[in-house]
Structure formats: structure tokens, C-alpha cells
Design a protein around this ligand. Structure first.
Ligand SMILES: *[C@@H]1O[C@H](CO)[C@@H](O)[C@H](O)[C@H]1NC(C)=O
Ligand SMILES: *[C@@H]1O[C@H](CO)[C@@H](O)[C@H](O)[C@H]1NC(C)=O
Ligand SMILES: *[C@@H]1O[C@H](CO)[C@@H](O)[C@H](O)[C@H]1NC(C)=O
Length: 533
């Protein structure tokens, strides 16, 4: 059980975990078992697309927002908030909240207008009425009042600010698992975990009561206060999360922010073409599908803390969604041990300061995904001839095969090994966490390379039954795609200028949007909301 060869800083962290009475530690075995999930967590971090696809985040990262970054806030006052409050990375996101009456503490953005075609664009009055109805349905309550103007604030960071980033759709106030790391792991509050496990929801708020007056959906105000209490103790400025747009729970607006401007907005009801505003909000968010942009937030991957590293049960008790991990089956002791490990990692990182340049793990994942993802899809969907498949596989794999000996058969095990470690050569893992990530990445590339060489073998030994070999090859490639589960595989091909690839992003979207993303202008309004499970 005791790990002997651990880096000094890690040993300190590990020892203090052990000293606090539980011996649950990260393990290479767990990392290998969750290799694709760890790979995806690294690859999806701070990216709106992958984090929407893999929306039940199980990982926490330390991020730095550098000096000079603009952040946005919408509310009913010219003054800056005096309590913990929300900052958006996209101005379109904040504008949704620049309304006359503060919505109950960062509830959902205003409801969506109906999709195009459902009614004529100019029919604003009828639309208004419909929105009033939807407002009730979306939990805004009678407090919402669109007839007064609000303020749109812009802030600029005065120095590098440090946040705890909870990955996935951490801003999604749902009971399907998007809040697990915040509520179960960080806050130790089981009331939002969907009524699973023990079944006795302890708090006043039961799952399904998405709105308690004054506290926002699923107790959001209390969540912000609890998280800020932790952040103050950990010397962090707040928590970073994602919903339809990346956001920050800023614990203190006077800590490191310069107010650039606070502009009065016209009453929302008077703003023209609300549907256009909504589709442009979707566009603004979709522009961040591949990254938050302009180095506005930097992740230290070498201090990643993931539940995937620990030997805990992450099975979803909802048998309908085995693809989504949950923390609801983990015991309180296990959750406390992971939190305590996180605390140690935070302290360790702060002691270390900027002395070590972190490993760009996400860059490594990009190199791997960009070499294989589209080619795998192409081979499965577009290739109908065995010769073509052979050529494609050879292009992918010949670069790893040493053909120098004219007669001798090249060593395939060597080639598989070269293929497996190819993109991992650029980095030198330093910390114990680097080694866990390395193990996961290595397991992923080993699976890719073994599978591709297997398919190559299959094709080369093809005799008469060429058609069945082709379909067998495609079957094998599809099983690789299923194993990898890269968010890339769900992306639409290029959309029209007026459209984006639509996927549910809390609070918007339907199940159809999740399972079959498509080019569109809006999130679908009709149909059951994806997030209400
Ligand atoms: C909304 O604000 C307007 C203007 O201040 C006020 O006249 C109206 O009564 C308010 N409506 C509600 C429902 O609060
Ligand atoms: C369920 O939770 C209740 C209240 O927190 C506790 O008293 C009880 O022991 C728990 N039951 C089980 C089986 O864990
Ligand atoms: C993990 O949790 C699931 C869902 O409750 C349960 O079915 C399974 O038996 C658990 N696995 C282990 C190893 O405890």
C-alpha cells in the first residue's frame, strides 16, 4: 500500500492524507481503469464542446486568470456586488443578467424564444406573453421584472488571479451529476445528488424543487457562500465553472478587479429582436467550443485532482446512463480523503509558485486527437473499398515501421511501441500526478495502436472474403471509437454562417440535442429539457 518512489512534495501530501486517518490514495491501477475518462478530462478542460458532452465533471484544476483579462457581470445596479457573485467570460452571457430586478441569485438566464418557423419574427407581443409563461416554468418566479433597465459591468483583472476550476457542466444546477464535485466532494452536501444512495435527502431542499425563493436553483446562493469559504481558506479568489458559457464565482469583487465600466442597458422588454439576441448568445458561447480563447485562463495540469485517480465507485446509480460518472456512490470517508488530497495539492502548488513550467498535457492530447479522430471517422463512414482502407491504415502506421532491412519482416511489436509512445516523448512527467496522467495517456495510445495494427493485420491477411474483411475492420474501428469516446466524434460537420452545432448547455437543450447534435440557430424549446432527469 505504501508507495515508496514518490516525489518529495507528493510524499508530503500523501503522508498528511495518511495521517488524517484514511489511506485512500490515488493509484495507477485506478488511472489505468479510467484511462479514456482521464484523457478526455484533460482534453475537454476549458472547452465548451467537450465539457458539454462529458458534463459530469469528476476533476478539479487550479487555473490562473492572467492580468488584463476582461470579465463581465450583469445586474440591476451600477455598483459592484458586495457579496460573492458571478462573472462571465462572454459579454453576451452577462448581458442576459443585466435586467431591472436581480433574478434570484444567478438563476437561469431568461427563457428562450420559440424556434424559428414556429411563429413570425415580428410577433413580439405574443412572444412576450409566451415568455412570461415560460418564465414561470423556468423558475424565475414573480420577482422577474423585465420592464426596468439593468447594468452591464466590465472588469479587468489587475494581477493574476487564482481559481479552482470544477470541470464538466459545473454551472449546471441539476440533479443528474453536474454538481457532484461541488456538492458531494467540496461541500459534503448530499441534498442535490438526485436522491440516490441512502435515499434520505437531508436538506430542506429536495431534488426537483429547483427553486427556493431567494436562494436560486438548487440552493445556488448557499453553494457560492460555501465554496467561497473554502476558497478563502485556500487562498483562491473563487471557483470557475461552465454552463452555457464559462463563469467565475468571484468571492470578493474588490480583490484584484478593476471596474472598467458599468453601462445602463435598456429594459430587456424593449430590446429589439430577442430571438436574435438569444441566437447570438448561443453563437458567443459556441465560439468557445474549442477553448476559452486568448489565454484568458491557464490550467496547471500537473496539479490536476480527479476522482478518476482514486479507487472509488463512480458508477451512475441511474442504469439508463452508465456513460455518466457520479460521485453519489462514494462514501463520506472517501470523499473526505479526496478533498484532503486536493487541499494538499493546492498548498503544494502555492509553495512551488511559478518555479516549474507545467506540462502542456492538453497539447499532447490535441496532437493525438488530431492525428486519429477524423481519420477514424473517415474510415468508418466513407471508405467502401478494401484497397482504400489498406492505403489509409498504411499511411497511419507505416511511419512507425522500420523498413530498412529489405528482406527481413519488420518488427511489429517495436512499431506498436513507437506508435504508443510517439506523442508522449515530448513531455517528461515530473510529479506523481504527471505520472498518473502519463499512465492514462499511455493506456489510450496503446489501445489505439494495438487496434490499428490489428486491423492492418486483418486486412493484410484478407483472402477471398474481402467484403466481410472490410466490415470486420470497420467494426473494430468503431469499437475503438466507442472506447475513446472523444467529444470530437459528436461534432457536426461545418455549419452554415447563421448556425452553430447545437448541444445542450445548461439550462438549454433537449435529449435529442445531446444524442444527435446538429447545425441550428437555437436550442430547441419544445420537448423535455435534457437537464431535468
Ligand atoms: C415591474 O417594474 C415596473 C416599473 O418599476 C412596475 O411598475 C411594475 O409594478 C413591476 N412589476 C412587477 C411584477 O414587479
Ligand atoms: C441514511 O442517512 C440517514 C440520515 O443522514 C442516516 O441516519 C442513516 O444511517 C443512513 N442510512 C444508511 C443505510 O446509510
Ligand atoms: C458501485 O455502485 C453501483 C451502483 O450503485 C453498484 O451497482 C455496484 O455494485 C457498485 N460496485 C461496487 C464494486 O461496489
Amino acid at each position: 500500500m505504501v508507495k515508496v518512489n514518490c516525489a518529495l512534495a507528493f510524499c508530503l501530501a500523501w503522508l498528511s492524507t495518511a495521517a488524517s486517518g484514511h489511506d485512500l490514495a490515488p493509484s495507477k491501477e485506478a488511472a489505468l481503469r479510467r484511462a479514456p475518462q482521464i484523457f478526455n478530462a484533460v482534453h475537454d478542460a476549458l472547452r465548451q464542446w467537450g465539457s458539454s458532452m462529458h458534463h459530469n465533471g469528476m476533476s478539479l484544476f487550479l487555473v490562473t486568470v492572467p492580468t488584463g483579462v476582461l470579465l463581465h457581470h450583469g445586474n440591476a445596479r451600477r455598483e459592484s456586488p458586495s457579496e460573492p457573485d458571478w462573472l462571465a467570460f462572454e459579454i453576451e452571457h452577462a448581458e442576459m443578467f443585466a435586467r431591472g430586478v436581480d433574478r434570484p441569485r444567478h438563476a437561469r438566464p431568461p427563457p428562450l424564444p420559440p424556434p424559428p418557423g414556429q411563429k413570425p419574427l415580428a410577433d413580439e407581443e405574443e412572444e412576450e406573453e409566451k415568455q412570461q409563461q415560460q418564465q414561470q416554468q423556468y423558475g424565475d418566479g414573480p420577482a422577474a421584472n423585465d420592464s426596468r433597465s439593468g447594468y452591464l459591468h466590465v472588469y479587468r483583472t489587475k494581477r493574476p488571479l487564482h481559481y479552482l476550476y470544477v470541470d464538466g457542466m459545473g454551472g449546471g444546477k441539476t440533479t443528474i451529476g453536474t454538481l457532484d464535485t461541488q456538492d458531494l466532494l467540496l461541500r459534503g452536501d448530499r441534498s442535490t445528488s438526485g436522491g440516490n444512495g441512502n435515499g434520505s435527502s437531508s436538506s430542506s431542499e429536495t431534488p426537483g424543487s429547483h427553486h427556493v425563493s431567494g436562494s436560486g436553483p438548487l440552493n445556488e446562493r448557499q453553494r457560492a457562500e460555501d465554496l467561497c469559504k473554502l476558497c478563502r481558506a485556500w487562498n483562491l479568489q473563487g471557483v470557475m465553472r461552465m454552463e452555457a458559457g464559462f463563469e467565475i464565482i468571484q468571492c470578493d469583487f474588490s480583490d484584484g478587479l478593476h471596474q472598467v465600466q458599468a453601462l445602463r442597458r435598456p429594459p430587456a422588454a424593449k430590446r429589439s429582436l430577442r430571438r436574435l439576441v438569444h441566437s447570438e448568445y448561443l453563437r458567443g458561447v459556441a465560439e468557445r467550443y474549442d477553448g476559452i480563447g486568448s489565454s484568458r485562463a491557464l490550467i496547471d495540469f500537473s496539479h490536476m485532482v480527479s476522482a478518476f485517480f482514486f479507487p472509488v465507485n463512480l458508477t451512475n446509480p441511474n442504469p439508463g446512463r452508465p456513460d455518466l460518472p457520479r460521485l453519489s456512490e462514494a462514501t463520506d470517508e472517501e470523499l473526505a480523503a479526496i478533498k484532503s488530497f486536493l487541499e494538499d495539492v493546492i498548498q503544494q502548488q502555492q509553495r512551488q509558485g511559478d518555479t516549474q513550467s507545467p506540462i502542456t498535457w492538453q497539447g499532447v492530447s490535441d496532437m493525438i486527437v488530431s492525428r486519429y479522430a477524423t481519420r477514424l471517422e473517415f474510415m468508418i463512414q466513407k471508405i467502401d473499398e478494401l484497397e482504400h482502407m489498406t492505403a489509409e491504415i498504411n499511411v497511419l502506421l507505416d511511419v512507425y515501421v522500420d523498413q530498412t532491412e529489405e528482406d527481413a519482416a519488420p518488427s511489429i511489436p517495436d512499431a506498436v511501441e513507437r506508435c504508443t509512445t510517439f506523442y508522449l516523448q515530448s513531455i517528461s512527467p515530473a510529479s506523481e500526478i504527471d505520472h498518473l496522467i502519463y499512465a492514462a495517456f499511455h493506456a489510450v495510445t496503446a489501445t489505439i495502436c494495438n487496434k490499428l495494427f490489428h486491423v492492418r493485420d486483418l486486412i493484410h491477411s484478407a483472402g477471398a472474403s474481402r467484403v466481410s474483411v472490410l466490415s470486420k475492420a470497420k467494426y473494430e474501428l468503431q469499437s475503438l471509437v466507442d472506447f475513446l469516446d472523444w467529444a470530437h466524434f459528436k461534432r457536426c460537420s461545418k455549419c452554415d454562417l447563421g448556425e452553430v452545432c447545437v448541444i445542450p448547455m445548461w439550462p438549454f437543450g433537449t435529449a435529442e440535442d445531446y444524442f444527435h447534435p446538429r447545425c441550428g440557430h437555437f436550442w430547441d424549446v419544445p420537448g423535455k429539457r435534457y437537464w431535468d432527469e
